[in-house]
Write a protein that binds this ligand. Structure first.
Ligand SMILES: [Zn+2]
Length: 262
């Protein structure tokens, strides 16, 4: 554990070093990074450095590489790029599995712990590690617009948990913001619950509870911002206010820049 001034000094040193070229090459392969402007990229890289350095990264039946750490840290950094953050302070460990895994919390039958079926892509617990399947994490980074991104999903849960409860409401700045959040989120949540399968840009899994709704809405906000802004205008606006980002404008900018290229 590194505390206080020592940690600050260590971070300053770390951030003074140039960002490793190999890490940038990894990030360059992903749209979530290449769409950022130079200033945003610089800040994202700084967060990546700290997350890679300070978290306890563990591979379970997989050897961890820079690609794995930088990809996961890059997506986590995207979430907190513009908000006040302490580098996901309570996330001390990130456990990476090659593919789907079983819950450690397991089921028990007649008092005997049963091995769980390996069906999880990711898991986040309050004060526990974040657990991620690498194949799904990579797919999330590569497919920037399918609305599925397990890394964004699990780290969004940790933002939600900052106030100690998983209720789909991360700490908000003002009572006014909280009131607007409650109204819009509950309306959208009920709307998703009423939907039939496949009829929304939001993953139906978001209808499970408020915590899942926030995590699923976050995935769609970053991955399908144009659709969300068109079909869920208020939801888009309130997430844009929370994350202090406008991925729809960013995507539009990137698109027009790529069309202007010779
Ligand atoms: Zn979830």
């Amino acid at each position: 554990m590194i505390f206080g001034w020592f940690r600050r000094r260590r971070r300053r040193k770390l951030l003074a070093q140039p960002f490793p070229a190999g890490w940038r090459a990894v990030l360059d392969g992903y749209r979530f990074y290449s769409e950022l402007d130079a200033d945003e990229r610089g800040r994202l890289e700084g967060i990546v450095r700290v997350l890679v350095d300070e978290k306890n990264w563990e591979g379970v039946e997989i050897e961890l590489t820079d690609e794995i750490r930088v990809t996961i840290a890059g997506l986590a950094a995207l979430l907190i790029l513009e908000i006040e953050h302490r580098y996901f302070r309570r996330v001390t460990s990130i456990l990476v599995y090659p593919t789907t895994f079983g819950s450690v919390w397991g089921g028990s039958q007649h008092g005997v712990l049963q091995p769980e079926q390996p069906t999880l892509l990711g898991e986040a617990w309050y004060r526990g590690p974040i657990r991620l399947a690498w194949d799904s994490s990579l797919q999330g980074a590569l497919n920037a617009d399918d609305g599925r991104n397990v890394v964004l999903h699990e780290f969004a849960h940790r933002l939600d948990m900052q106030d100690g409860v998983v209720d789909g409401t991360p700490p908000l700045r003002t009572p006014h913001a909280l009131a607007a959040w409650a109204r819009i989120m509950s309306e959208e949540y009920e709307r998703l619950q009423g939907r039939r399968r496949g009829k929304s840009i939001l993953d139906p899994y978001g209808a499970t509870n408020e915590g899942e709704f926030f995590a699923v809405a976050t995935e769609a906000f970053f991955e399908k911002p144009r659709h969300m802004k068109r079909r869920h205008e208020e939801l888009y606006a309130i997430l844009a206010e929370y994350y202090r980002q406008d991925p729809e404008a960013r995507q539009r900018r990137a698109l027009s820049a790529s069309q202007q290229e010779p």
